[in-house]
Structure formats: structure tokens, C-alpha cells
Design a protein around this ligand. Structure first.
Ligand SMILES: Cc1cc2nc3c(=O)[nH]c(=O)nc-3n(C[C@H](O)[C@H](O)[C@H](O)COP(=O)(O)OP(=O)(O)OC[C@H]3O[C@@H](n4cnc5c(N)ncnc54)[C@H](O)[C@@H]3O)c2cc1C
Length: 357
């Protein structure tokens, strides 16, 4: 968002509650409109340079039998840029590439957050946790699933968040626990363990169903680790060994699967972009793509309407919505049917059918 606004001549201030750019996270996927906007931003070559090879996904039984032995990779010619439909990249790399693409003059306020918003006829007056308040033409809430801007300007998270009755944790270990560029998925009813190996590292992802929301402190990673250890104790396959890794390394990401559904992502001079406005949950596998595509869409609308934010925000709400609704519906279906089937029969069916990525 900062990139597009700065290139349209806005003086941009980014407010980030962390002490610096937030790195970490699993390998993520850039596709569709996000890839098209990456090309417009001139970062496609860099994304391509850090592109991870395609992953072979295997389904595992409790006895470590592979149910779908991977086929040998087909001998294909190197795809031309026009044929590349998606780029899988480590989240760290993507964040660094995006930061490097920013033009000069973008200000960052780290260790800070917005505490108040007040709109007048020609500005939004913003107060901060640190430092003096300031007036801005526009405010974009790009602050994720638990957005503070949404909370302040549109109302509590509970009005917009739909709990998908699953949780996930991520632990990244700096060595290979399976063959490089391989994924393995093991399920018991209502639970799943996914391993992804790339660049000498392994992502360990635990998914589980929970009818009710679990009480925990989102800042307390030790408590989150305990939840994962309890949920997966004695679940078979390699879970004991993997839980030992979690015990040692902790969890770098733990959250419920939620989707944000709002009748409008804008109000007055304030707009929400990415997870803040339309999180589809990690089950969609396209959170970063939605954020990038959303930023490009709202920026393009501002350019088309020559800075008339009312008209631009209307267009943004209108044009992006069908796509978001489709992605959210697919994510909920994928989670229940393919990633975390709820019965032994459903697991067998999924294993026979494969996962339609
Ligand atoms: C460290 C990290 C690791 C992640 N790992 C995974 C993963 O492994 N798999 C997956 O599917 N998804 C992961 N995600 C989520 C995924 O990256 C997002 O779906 C996607 O990036 C959407 O981007 P976004 O910009 O809308 O929100 P986010 O990427 O969540 O970025 C929001 C930013 O806003 C900051 N912020 C939040 N609240 C405030 C506030 N009140 N004031 C100021 N700043 C605030 C956050 O610190 C963060 O930097 C991760 C996100 C983060 C931040």
C-alpha cells in the first residue's frame, strides 16, 4: 500500500507496532492479481530469483506408509515469465523485497500504534501511542486479522470475525526433517500435521478442530506451545518427535482460523486492506496475495478517480468483493474437506481423491 501511495505522490507514514519489519513465517504463495501487481512494481524478477521449487505432497499413515507415492517430476522446459502462474517464496524474502521497492520518503513509526481517529471535513486526525497527533488525508488499515484501525473505526472484531473452528501453529526448524522440496500430510479425525521442507528448513504445521474458541493470551507463546503439545500428544506417526521439536523451538505463529467479513471496507477517509478487511484464513493459502492485490486495487481506483477517495473507495468495495467472497468460500471448504477431515472415512476419501490445489 505504501509503495502505491508513495508512487502517486502521497507522503506516506507507516505505523507498525513491532520494533522493526516483522519477518518470519512460512513459505507463502503469490499468484493471480498479486503477481500482476508485482510485475507492475518491478519486483517480479526478484520474486522469481527466490522462487521455491514445486513441492511434492505425500499423504502418510500412522505407520509412515506413503499413500500416494510421488510421480517423477516431468521434464518440462523452463517456463517463460508469461507462463508462471504462482511464486512460492519464503515470507522473509517477500517482506524484504517489498521494503526495498519502496521509494524514498516513506516514513516509518515503529513501536507505535494508532489510538484514536477523528474525521473532519478535510482530514483524519490521528493520535498515536507515542508522540503527538497528526492530520492525514487518508488512513489505510493494513494491520492484519486483529486490526486496531478496524476496531477503532468500524467496531469490535467480534462483529466481523467468523471463527472457522480450527487453530494452527507453525514451528520452523533449521534443518530438513524430510526430503527437500517435499511435503507430508498426516491426519487423524479433526487433526492434521503438515511438514514442508525447503531451503534446508522444515515448517511443522499443526492444525486442529475446536468447536469452541480457546481461552489464551495471544502474546503468551509458551501457553500456545502447551496447547499444541496437549492437542497432539499420542496422535501417532511422527508426532512425538515433532512435538519434541516444538518443545525446543516453540511456535512462531499460532492463531485461530478466522475470516473477516464486512459490508464495506471503507468509511469516510479510512480504508481497510488485506487481512484487516477480508482475511480468508491461512486455509486459503493466499493471504499475502489478497493483501497485495487489494492494495493495488485501491491504489488503482484512487489513480482512476484522480484522488477522489469517495468514488475510489466505492469502486474498491465493488470490484474486489466477488473475488474475496469466492476465495473465502473455497478456503472454508478446503479446510474441512481436504486439510482436516473429521472422520476416518473422510480421511480415506481425501487420500484417494488428492488435494485440488
Ligand atoms: C510474523 C507473521 C508471520 C506469519 N506467518 C504466516 C504463516 O506462516 N502462514 C500464513 O498463512 N500466514 C502467516 N501470516 C499471515 C499472512 O502473512 C497474512 O495473511 C498476509 O500477510 C496478509 O497481510 P496483511 O498485510 O494484511 O497482514 P499481516 O501480514 O498480518 O501484517 C499486519 C502488520 O500490522 C502490524 N499490526 C497489527 N496490529 C497493529 C496495530 N494495532 N498497530 C500497528 N501495527 C499493527 C503487525 O505487526 C503486522 O506487521 C503471518 C503474519 C505475520 C505478521
Amino acid at each position: 500500500m505504501a509503495y502505491w501511495l508513495a508512487n502517486q505522490g502521497y507522503h506516506v507514514t507507516v505505523v507498525e507496532q513491532a520494533s522493526g519489519p516483522r519477518l518470519g513465517g512460512a513459505a507463502i504463495n503469490i499468484q493471480g492479481d498479486a503477481l500482476a501487481s508485482a510485475k507492475q512494481m518491478g519486483i517480479f524478477e526478484q520474486l522469481k530469483a527466490h522462487r521455491l521449487p514445486p513441492m511434492q505432497l505425500e499423504f502418510k499413515t500412522a505407520d509412515d506408509i506413503t499413500l500416494n507415492p510421488p510421480s517423477l517430476p516431468e521434464e518440462t522446459a523452463t517456463p517463460s515469465d508469461d507462463n508462471i502462474e504462482e511464486v512460492e517464496i519464503e515470507r522473509d524474502k517477500l517482506v524484504t523485497i517489498l521494503l526495498d521497492a519502496l521509494p524514498n520518503g516513506v516514513d516509518f513509526l515503529f513501536n507505535d500504534r494508532i489510538t484514536g481517529l477523528n474525521e473532519t471535513a478535510d482530514a483524519v486526525h490521528v493520535t498515536f501511542k507515542q508522540g503527538a497527533g497528526r492530520a492525514f488525508d487518508l488512513v489505510f488499515g493494513c494491520d492484519g486479522l486483529h486490526s486496531g484501525v478496524r476496531q477503532l473505526w468500524f467496531g469490535p472484531e467480534s462483529e466481523y470475525a467468523y471463527f472457522l473452528k480450527h487453530y494452527a501453529s507453525l514451528t520452523i526448524v533449521n534443518r530438513l526433517l524430510l526430503a527437500q522440496d517435499t511435503g507430508q500430510l498426516y491426519n487423524t479425525p479433526g487433526k492434521g500435521v503438515l511438514l514442508n521442507a525447503y531451503n534446508g528448513k522444515t515448517d511443522i504445521i499443526f492444525w486442529f478442530y475446536s468447536e469452541n474458541e480457546l481461552p489464551y493470551d495471544y502474546r503468551d507463546t509458551a501457553q500456545q506451545r502447551e496447547i499444541v503439545l496437549q492437542q497432539f500428544a499420542g496422535q501417532g506417526w511422527r508426532t512425538d518427535e515433532l512435538l519434541a521439536e516444538v518443545k525446543e523451538a516453540g511456535v512462531s505463529y499460532f492463531d485461530k482460523f478466522s475470516q473477516i467479513k464486512m459490508p464495506s471496507w471503507t468509511k469516510g477517509r479510512v480504508a481497510l486492506v488485506g487481512d484487516a478487511g477480508y482475511c480468508a484464513s491461512p486455509a486459503a493459502g493466499v493471504g499475502a496475495s489478497l493483501a497485495m492485490a487489494g492494495a493495488a486495487a485501491v491504489a488503482e481506483a484512487l489513480a482512476t478517480h484522480d484522488g477522489n477517495f469517495d468514488a475510489a473507495f466505492q469502486e474498491y468495495n465493488h470490484t474486489l468483493r466477488p473475488f474475496i467472497e469466492e476465495v473465502q468460500a473455497t478456503a472454508a471448504m478446503m479446510l474441512n474437506t481436504f486439510f482436516v477431515p473429521k472422520t476416518e472415512e473422510a480421511i480415506c476419501e481425501r487420500n484417494a481423491q488428492g488435494i485440488p490445489f
